[in-house]
Design a protein around this ligand. Structure first.
Ligand SMILES: Cc1cc2nc3c(=O)[nH]c(=O)nc-3n(C[C@H](O)[C@H](O)[C@H](O)COP(=O)(O)OP(=O)(O)OC[C@H]3O[C@@H](n4cnc5c(N)ncnc54)[C@H](O)[C@@H]3O)c2cc1C
Ligand SMILES: *[C@@H]1O[C@H](CO)[C@@H](O)[C@H](O)[C@H]1NC(C)=O
Ligand SMILES: *[C@@H]1O[C@H](CO)[C@@H](O)[C@H](O)[C@H]1NC(C)=O
Length: 508
């Protein structure tokens, strides 16, 4: 495809119709209108920036030089997605599908080639069958609104295992796995998928992927977003949640004390009963002009505050958790506490109140880090107060599910997942490159201590363009499942119509 239309003015948009197949916005608009797809906005429209911005979670991709779409279409039904897709394909456009826009690298709303976004935000209907313990959820729904609907429809008896932040889009999340507070008990969000509906490259809707194409169904559950057609709805299995949970958060400081505490954490959190989820956030801090480390030990336990304290007293007395660090409530209250929102009613807010510029990287650890290794990581953290490391425990049921059960591969043997983040508000004081360089240095420091299968093992939902092209990155994200994913991709989408820079390729 040649793109012969060149925009020479930033004010005039090219509405050039050409006969050689170069993408034209006016042709696309006309097609959408003719097909009865009413809600779309082109880049010269006054409503365009607000629609584009609504689901931009990483402000790094609002900066100059980032490729924006020529048009955003906001379908309300599966049929409209199909019609929009047909117009987009006929017009020769590249495309991106956007659900919650939480891609760490902005891959649902940026591209270097002229492109169109299919934004699913208007498709978020949730239909709970509490008796059957299932839910049908349209592909544009977010975690928080789904959690709320499930809790409300089941009188707080059912829940769902997925991520901790309330604004994550369910589709991108499931397609990368989806890890959260219930994962040691019930697995990742992708483990709970019972059915999916998908639109393929030629515009066909597959209504029941699980039986129509079991390989594709396998790939959808953890094989990464942006490679496998357009998912329009998911059917998920719901899980029992207790009537009383305790969430806790305790802050400790001091490099020496934390070296000991975190060393011990590695033997506590991954081995604990699956009803306990004990995460760890570690950051460089500045106390009275001198650099140090602070850490938050946070999570939840299925039980009262008293039962939580009794458990910690037995397995982790060094943490000295007290009742004042704890809050007791039902599951949806726990979800709101962990998400850091004001209360359960705020879980339906589809946009996060504060957004940042950030860059992140991930790892897995299978052998506990030595105290020397930990102290070295703290030294790197202490050089910067705009970055942190998060450890999230694995173990529990995660170790019992086969690593080839679904495309998401990270199972037995992983003690915990590591996430490194550099986060900032504006780029005036420290340029992006400085913070990103620091983050890469931290990742490089950690290289001797982490898991390789055989590539350095990473989590596709913490997508990281530093990992390289789709083959190199794919080996890192999917390990031993990568070869099967490539085969499925080659059969399902041989011309790689559905792609982003690190989507599963058609050959290795
Ligand atoms: C603040 C924040 C908190 C997070 N917390 C967690 C957490 O607790 N646990 C965890 O596991 N992860 C977490 N993540 C990571 C998150 O799971 C991934 O970023 C996820 O891919 C986001 O999904 P999305 O739909 O919001 O993103 P999008 O940017 O909309 O999509 C991500 C990718 O999926 C594709 N895609 C989206 N919808 C569809 C569809 N319907 N059909 C086909 N392709 C589609 C997109 O094209 C893109 O390639 C967090 C991310 C952020 C920013
Ligand atoms: C299109 O969808 C957006 C997002 O929901 C909404 O704000 C807007 O009002 C809709 N426009 C039309 C014309 O329906
Ligand atoms: C469209 O693609 C699907 C799945 O790849 C295939 O089963 C179907 O036969 C194709 N239909 C047409 C009309 O080409």
């Amino acid at each position: 495809m040649k793109y012969l239309v060149i925009c020479i003015s930033t004010f005039l948009f090219c509405t050039f119709t050409s006969s050689n197949g170069a993408p034209s916005v006016s042709t696309l608009s006309a097609c959408l209108t003719k097909q009865g797809v009413r809600n779309f906005t082109a880049s010269q429209s006054t409503s365009f920036s607000a629609v584009l911005d609504f689901s931009v979670q990483n402000l790094r991709f609002t900066e100059a030089g980032v490729g924006h779409p020529a048009l955003i279409v906001l379908p309300t039904t599966t049929q409209e997605v199909q019609k929009a897709w047909t117009c987009i394909r006929q017009g020769g456009w590249a495309s991106r599908v956007r659900c919650g826009g939480h891609s760490y690298e902005g891959l649902s709303y940026t591209s270097s080639a002229p492109f169109v976004i299919i934004d699913l935000m208007n498709m978020h209907k949730i239909t709970v069958d509490a008796r059957g313990r299932t839910v049908w959820v349209e592909a544009g729904a977010r975690t928080g609104e789904l959690y709320s609907a499930v809790a409300a429809a089941s009188s707080n008896t059912l829940g769902l295992s997925a991520g901790t932040c309330a604004t994550i889009g369910m589709s991108g999340h499931i397609m990368g796995g989806g890890y959260g507070m219930l994962s040691r008990k019930y697995g990742v969000a992708a483990d709970s998928v019972l059915e999916a509906q998908v639109i393929t490259a030629n515009g066909t809707l597959i209504n029941r992927v699980s039986t129509a194409d079991p390989d594709l169904f396998w790939a959808l559950r953890g094989g990464g977003g942006g490679a496998w057609g357009i998912v329009t709805a998911w059917k998920l299995k719901l899980v029992s949640v207790p009537s009383t949970l305790t969430t806790f958060n305790v802050w400790r400081t001091g490099k020496q004390a934390l070296t000991d505490l975190v060393f011990k954490w590695q033997n506590v959190a991954p081995q604990a009963p699956p009803e306990l989820f004990l995460s760890l956030y570690m950051a460089g801090i500045n106390t009275g002009g001198s650099a140090d480390v602070g850490a938050s030990f946070y999570g939840q336990y299925w039980g009262s505050i008293e039962e939580t304290l009794a458990l910690f007293n037995k397995i982790y007395p060094e943490l000295a958790l007290t009742a004042s660090n704890c809050k007791q409530g039902n599951w949806i209250q726990a979800v709101a506490n962990i998400a850091g929102v004001s209360g359960p009613s705020a879980l339906v807010d589809r946009q996060q109140s504060s957004r940042n510029y950030f860059k992140a990287k991930s790892d897995y650890v299978s052998t506990p880090l030595t105290k020397v290794a930990l102290a070295g990581a703290f030294d790197v953290l202490m050089k910067n107060t705009k970055g942190w490391i998060i450890f999230e425990p694995y173990g529990g049921v995660m170790s019992q599910i086969s690593s080839s059960a679904i495309a998401f591969p990270h199972r037995a043997g992983r003690l915990f997942m590591v996430q490194y983040q550099a986060v900032w508000q504006d780029d005036t004081n420290s340029p992006d490159s400085e913070l990103i360089g620091w983050l890469r240095g931290l990742y490089s420091y950690m290289s001797p201590f982490v898991t390789y299968t055989p590539s350095r093992t990473t989590y596709v939902n913490y997508i990281d363009l530093d990992l390289g092209d789709s083959v190199t990155a794919g080996k890192s994200y999917f390990g031993s499942n990568f070869a099967r994913l490539v085969k499925i991709k080659a059969r399902f989408d041989p011309t790689n119509v559905f792609n982003q820079p690190q989507s599963v390729p058609v050959s290795m």
